[in-house]
Design a protein around this ligand. Structure first.
Ligand SMILES: C[S@@+](CC[C@H](N)C(=O)[O-])C[C@H]1O[C@@H](n2cnc3c(N)ncnc32)[C@H](O)[C@@H]1O
Length: 221
């Protein structure tokens, strides 16, 4: 793969599959997603890069993907590491891309069959199983805070890639005069998790995919 923009919102399709000819897991997954012909390139890269960093640190347990949209993150997490038996994708609306992407992936990874489910529900009504791994990519504004609060309430591991920081609703921790507002919100989220007794790690996915690239990982202690 070379020379294509990773932040493009163009849909991956049978023609763009020619950019992913390698023998790597990333290219294999990308080719399957190209067959589904429904996912913007940027969303593939966001899911892939987040999943890679999450799986370096967090294995096993049922996955609960919140504000999941297409839910590609869940599928990649299981493909990368079979130690999570199942994933539940939750979103208020099940997009058609979920079924299409999953069907394409199951064709190449039959072991995914029946292991990624989708529930149409509000985040506030999420059912959290013991030992869950809560994940969310680009849950807008305060939705990310709701994901973190769920993790705090249920004492579960959590990984979020926040976006659309709403400076009226999200807590800037009084840091806004010192730093960029969205950074103040994410720094305050780190402090909040630590205060709640979590060990926290921060990471970045490549900025060429999205400027909303801060990944926050937390473990209850
Ligand atoms: C920016 S999209 C992110 C989707 C996907 N995670 C991704 O990376 O492409 C935000 C998602 O949040 C969902 N959403 C909005 N409000 C929600 C709520 N109260 N509970 C659950 N999902 C919600 C939307 O339907 C949308 O799919």
């Amino acid at each position: 793969m070379s020379g294509i923009s990773k932040s493009s919102r163009n849909v991956l399709n049978r023609y763009t599959a020619e950019h992913f000819t390698g023998d790597t897991l990333r290219d294999k997954i990308a080719r399957a997603v190209c067959e589904a012909e429904c996912l913007p390139r940027k969303e593939f890269y966001e899911s892939w890069e987040s999943a890679k960093r999450i799986r370096r640190q967090m294995r096993g347990g049922p996955i609960l993907e919140l504000a999941a949209g297409h839910g590609l993150l869940s599928a990649i997490l299981i493909i990368m590491d079979d130690s999570s038996a199942s994933a539940m994708c939750l979103d208020i609306k099940r997009p058609p891309s979920h079924d299409r992407v999953l069907a394409a992936l199951v064709k190449h990874w039959p072991r995914l069959e029946g292991r990624v489910e989708f529930v149409e529900a509000r985040l506030e009504d999420a059912e959290v199983l013991p030992e869950s791994l809560l994940v969310s990519v680009h849950a807008c504004g305060v939705l990310t805070d709701q994901v973190l609060d769920l993790a705090i309430t249920h004492r579960t591991r959590v990984a979020v890639l926040p976006c659309c920081h709403d400076l009226r609703q999200c807590d800037t921790g009084g840091l806004a005069p010192w730093m960029d507002g969205p950074l103040a919100v994410d720094a305050t989220r780190v402090a909040h998790l630590r205060q709640a007794g979590f060990r926290v790690q921060t990471a970045l996915i490549p900025e060429e995919i999205t400027p909303k690239n801060r990944l926050l990982l937390g473990w209850p202690e």
